[in-house]
Design a protein around this ligand. Structure first.
Ligand SMILES: [Zn+2]
Length: 350
């Protein structure tokens, strides 16, 4: 077996991921049996449909800013038919026809069963993170030297501390100038970078709507991606397709896994709600890891395909509904490298 087939062998040994989840929508929520594909890797190439908003759009300010993060959202819209095309049209037209309403938000991408749409150029700012565009990316010297512990807390007199050592940076205050505590920091934490000698802290602020201390840089310095939650769609496909897009964006913008943030990180909003409430965030990061590893082989010149006789499996290896009576599905992975074809037969226990 070559290295890539060895990797698929490892993936095949992982427990099959399935979970009964609740999908949250602003109007209606629904229960859904989330089932992984035959493998966590989605057997399709990245296909991005360009639907770039006109430069005259108000939701496309056109300002160029360096990208430091990728922001993940879900649409929070479960209505059938309100998938990626619906939301791409909303950004493109700055308008929702169905409700005859202006749409002032924007994001670079939306991903769903109908495909990946690209509406705002990656290097431009967009309106999706709820942190305004007032403040540019900045790092501040905390005065705290680099040491083993780097958990952030707030001292009783209102300064940030790092690993128990008080910094010279005052934490934002709450309503009526209240001194806040660690519990008021959003669950994804604050941007903390190792400088030459000291820890550096990013721009932070108190979001009054969600009452959390959050990070700036969502609208200005991140690439925003919405994931469709429309009823009737295969949500594994949406997550895996998004993971594939994230891998491309990480490479192009020289970003790390740790630069992938939830919308929550920038505003305290419970978004992406379905991933957060069902504890799917770590699974989503795992899908990104898998896509990144397979991508490194494909970039090296490997070719890859999957085949199965099982009628429940789609061409890209995804499964819409688990067959009740079946406990194992046979499939063949074929690789080609430097003119040499190799295949391996696997059985996925589901
Ligand atoms: Zn969001």
């Amino acid at each position: 077996m070559n290295e890539l087939l060895e990797y698929f062998n490892e993936l095949n040994d992982l427990d099959y991921f399935k979970k009964k989840i609740r999908v949250y929508g602003y109007k209606k929520s629904y229960n859904y049996n989330f089932v992984e594909g035959l493998t966590p890797y989605l057997f399709e190439s990245l296909n991005i449909k360009n639907k770039i908003a006109k430069e005259t759009n108000e939701n496309r300010p056109g300002k160029i800013e360096e990208k430091k993060y990728i922001t993940i959202h879900d649409t929070g819209d479960t209505l059938p038919g309100h998938g990626s095309k619906f939301w791409a049209d909303a950004v493109y037209n700055e308008f929702i026809k169905e409700t005859n309403q202006k749409y002032a938000c924007s994001y670079q991408y939306v991903v769903g069963n109908e495909g990946i749409y690209h509406m705002i150029p990656d290097n431009e700012i967009a309106w999706h993170a709820g942190d305004s565009t007032k403040v540019s990316y900045n790092l501040y010297d905390t005065g705290v030297g680099i040491h083993h512990h780097h958990d952030i807390d707030i001292t009783t007199d209102g300064y940030f501390s790092i690993g128990g050592i008080k910094s010279n940076i005052m934490a934002p205050r709450g309503e009526n100038d209240k001194i806040l505590t660690k519990d008021d920091i959003n669950d994804q934490g604050l941007t903390l970078v190792k400088g030459e000698n000291n820890y550096l802290l990013g721009e932070v602020y108190y979001n009054e709507t969600y009452q959390k201390i959050c990070n700036r840089g969502g609208n200005n310095n991140s690439i925003g991606i919405e994931i469709s939650m429309a009823k009737g769609e295969n949500l594994f496909v949406n997550l895996a397709r998004c993971a594939k897009l994230v891998v491309k964006l990480l490479k192009e913008n020289k970003l790390l896994m740790s630069d992938i943030k939830q919308h929550h990180f920038f505003s305290g909003k419970n978004c992406p709600q379905t991933l957060r409430e069902n504890e799917l965030w770590d699974y989503f990061l795992h899908l990104i890891d898998v896509e990144a590893i397979v991508d490194s082989y494909l970039s090296d010149g490997y070719k890859l395909s999957i085949e199965t006789k099982c009628e429940y499996v789609n061409e890209n290896g995804s499964i819409d509904k688990l067959p009740g009576a079946v406990r194992g599905i046979e499939y063949i992975v074929t690789t080609e490298y430097q003119g040499k074809k190799e295949t391996a037969l696997f059985v996925k226990l589901i």
